[in-house]
Design a protein around this ligand. Sequence first.
Ligand SMILES: Nc1ncnc2c1ncn2[C@@H]1O[C@H](COP(=O)(O)OP(=O)(O)OP(=O)(O)O)[C@@H](O)[C@H]1O
Ligand SMILES: [Mg+2]
Length: 431
Amino acid sequence: MTDLAFEDKDEGPDGPDSVPAAEPIAPGDVRPVPRISIQAFCEAPELAANIEAAAADRRMSRTHVKVHQGGIAAASEFYEAAATPNLIIVESALPRERLDPELDRLAEVCDAGTKVIVIGHVNDVELYRDLVRRGVSEYLVAPVAVLDLIRTIGDLYVDRSTAPIGRSIAFVGGKGGVGSSMIAHNVAWAIARNLENDVVIADLDLPFGTAGLDFNQDPTQGIADAVLAPERLDDVLLDRLLARCSDHLSLLAAPAMLDRTYDFDENAFVQVIDVAQNGVPAVVLDLPHEWTAWVRKTLMSADEVVLTVEPDLGNLRNAKNLVDLLRQARKNDAPPRLVINKVGVPKRPEIRVEDFAEALNLAPETVIPFEPQLFGTAANNGQMIAETDPKSAIVESFELIGRLVTGRGEIKRSKRGGLAPLLSRLRSRAG
Ligand SMILES: Nc1ncnc2c1ncn2[C@@H]1O[C@H](COP(=O)(O)OP(=O)(O)OP(=O)(O)O)[C@@H](O)[C@H]1O
Ligand SMILES: [Mg+2]
């Protein structure tokens, strides 16, 4: 192999004779893979299917992947006449002594800089060490799970110490005006205050965004300066464009002016989200309720999606479409986090929470009652709900979503607030 690098790997948890096992992974912790070309030569249809599935994952959207049949021998033959890509993945069920000459053949036709991952069927640490010594970048034992594969590839090309540290969390509504932005801002505020994590809110609703109003900020610069000059955008410029809202919370505010129109192309926000993710652990994306190429792309690429709805038929239909699409396109990710908001509007017929959840096959993470006095006061004062009424049970809903989307895990439902008591209250009201 050309990419000779001797690494002295630790022994796996299974003991000295087996290949080190991958650590368990949360989907939100697997980072995107950079723009590399990958060709795989598989023997078994299972591996080919898993590589295809990995290639379809959002984290691999920048890579070019080609899957061939035929294993290591086919690879050597193929590259006699063709240039090698950045990464070759070869599957081989051969025992060690027969694998060695095959790898030598492959090494002869590999261009400098090409890395090789071998996927084998023998869990043997001697073989693993031998392969690594010979310059193979990784040896994985089949079957290899899709996320493991993506992480392994990513680790070869992304330096963990400089890799993006942040999660992107997209907030979207099932209809306009359902409270998606309000929830995005309050969740961001909860993450910043309770988890003491730095958070950036990007208000992606350029003409009408309300994040500036909600945080009582009126900066002269913000998201527009970032997206309209992507070639100039780096962490220094981004830092200048941020308006500080609290200790850990900053805002990329929308201009909220109608002096021009915005027709963004699909990738308009990729750069600004990347730069923000490089520097901040949580990037909250407050999306407008519209269906454009860039909105779809941003939703599809986010680490987490929070979908806010009101309990009516239009929201149900739209939420179903969104949830189905996201489930289909993001098979290796959690489904969107569902928030049912403004429940209990007086005199309004509503779809019951249970029926809503059943129709979507998705349980809401939290249900937030209609509280116009509280929300109205907070909005008018440029405050968060926790500032207007720290004792409100709704504050816990925001904290819960904050923990879920930052991967801090499920918290125990507390006595006050949480889904269970609300559900039972709703049930008794309905009955
Ligand atoms: N649970 C609630 N009870 C009462 N009012 C609420 C509640 N949640 C949100 N609101 C109010 O609903 C209005 C719309 O909220 P918000 O702007 O967050 O919605 P949105 O889904 O982001 O709308 P848009 O489609 O304009 O982006 C605001 O005035 C907000 O204060
Ligand atoms: Mg909004």
